[in-house]
Design a protein around this ligand. Structure first.
Ligand code: ZN
Ligand code: ZN
Ligand code: ZN
Length: 345
């Protein structure tokens, strides 16, 4: 009998047992029917705009171009393409008055939760998820991320901006209308901090970006999923989630703010292709995705933004929660092979 492999993340101090011995095929996870979130009235559908707080940003169709607007007072813009609204139950809320850094970070283990928590409604069409979105519409979504990122980056109390998406009930969303969330927060979260520290160490030793190196090493390897002129998609070596994949720009960039309009469109296409592939391989599984980026100017040489996609196909229980060691029953190599085949067929 052989052994399973225990793999360590490229950068994090995180180990995962990869079940190479009696692993599962990605298609083992396909279910016939997945439960849909049921809502009688969808607060995100057109016509129900009054059910949400006023939009802080809406893209409106204006002839052949896009007009950007905000809802004012009691009124709500109609005929929007995307709209961004404050979360009704924000984890982080804007300060009512100017706060000093000392008032925010009270001491080493206490901060006040200042920041922003918003929902980006991705389309007037309830079911226009990235896997089946029209490319121009998905391009608006990415541009919406970028607009909010730009606004939040300028706030003195914001240290990090998390842009993420929950898809499906098991992945934590209560509303099935296509939407993403954006959280601006007063500190850098642990995983990104660890990536920053590790990539900085690598830079000091080798004068190279570790993410550019990872990408180069994965190209043409068994975990490669897709390569086009702007992006590379692969299943990471020590994936903790079955069928996890990352999308990374070929050009060295630290944040989405560095994307040109052409690159935004290419990113939308890449995202749609990969999430569409995932949807076909596992019959529209629940998933989460999140961007890792930095606004730290000092990190310009050594950090490289990417999107991490985590299909929600396993349950993390006692072992994972108590040890921080994971068990992944699908090898990243098998995951990549399945996605590659589906995407190219
Ligand atoms: Zn809806
Ligand atoms: Zn790089
Ligand atoms: Zn990352």
């Amino acid at each position: 009998m052989g052994f399973n492999e225990v793999r360590k993340d490229y950068l994090l101090e995180r180990w995962v047992v990869i079940a190479t011995e009696r692993g599962r095929r990605p298609t083992d996870f396909a279910k016939k029917e997945r439960e849909q979130a049921k809502t009688s009235v969808c607060p995100m559908c057109p016509g129900n705009e009054h059910m949400t707080p006023p939009a802080v940003l809406a893209y409106l169709k204006s002839g052949r171009s896009i007009k950007k607007a905000k809802d004012k007072n009691g009124s709500r813009h109609k005929n929007w393409l995307i709209r961004c609204v404050p979360n009704l139950y924000p984890a982080f809320a804007p300060p009512k008055e100017k706060l000093t850094q000392k008032q925010i970070m009270k001491n080493d283990n206490l901060a006040v939760a200042v920041g922003h928590h918003e929902v980006l409604i991705e389309s007037p069409n309830h079911d226009e998820h990235p896997a089946n979105a029209r490319i121009p519409q998905l391009t608006h979504v990415i541009n919406g991320y970028i607009d909010r990122l730009r606004e939040f980056s300028a706030k003195p109390y914001v240290r990090y901006i998390s842009i993420f998406r929950n898809h499906g009930i098991e992945a934590g969303t209560s509303l099935s209308h296509a939407h993403s969330q954006i959280i601006a927060m007063p500190f850098t979260p642990q995983i990104v901090e660890q990536e920053l520290n590790a990539s900085k160490r690598f830079w000091k030793q080798k004068k190279k970006c570790v993410f550019c190196e990872i990408m180069k090493n994965e190209l043409d390897g068994p975990r490669m999923i897709l390569e086009n002129s702007r992006f590379v998609v692969f299943a990471p070596y020590a994936s903790v989630n079955p069928i996890e994949f990352w999308i990374i720009p070929k050009k060295h960039q630290t944040t989405l703010l560095d994307l040109s309009p052409t690159e935004v469109k290419a990113f939308a296409e890449t995202l749609k292709t990969c999430l569409g592939g995932l949807k076909r391989v596992v019959n529209d599984p629940p998933y989460n995705y999140g961007f890792h980026l930095t606004m730290n100017k000092d990190a310009r040489d050594y950090y490289h933004w990417h999107l991490e996609v985590y299909p929600k196909l396993a349950v993390w229980a006692g072992f994972e929660k108590s040890t921080g060691v994971y068990i992944n029953t699908v090898t990243p190599e098998n995951a990549a092979e399945s996605l590659r085949k589906t995407i190219s067929s």
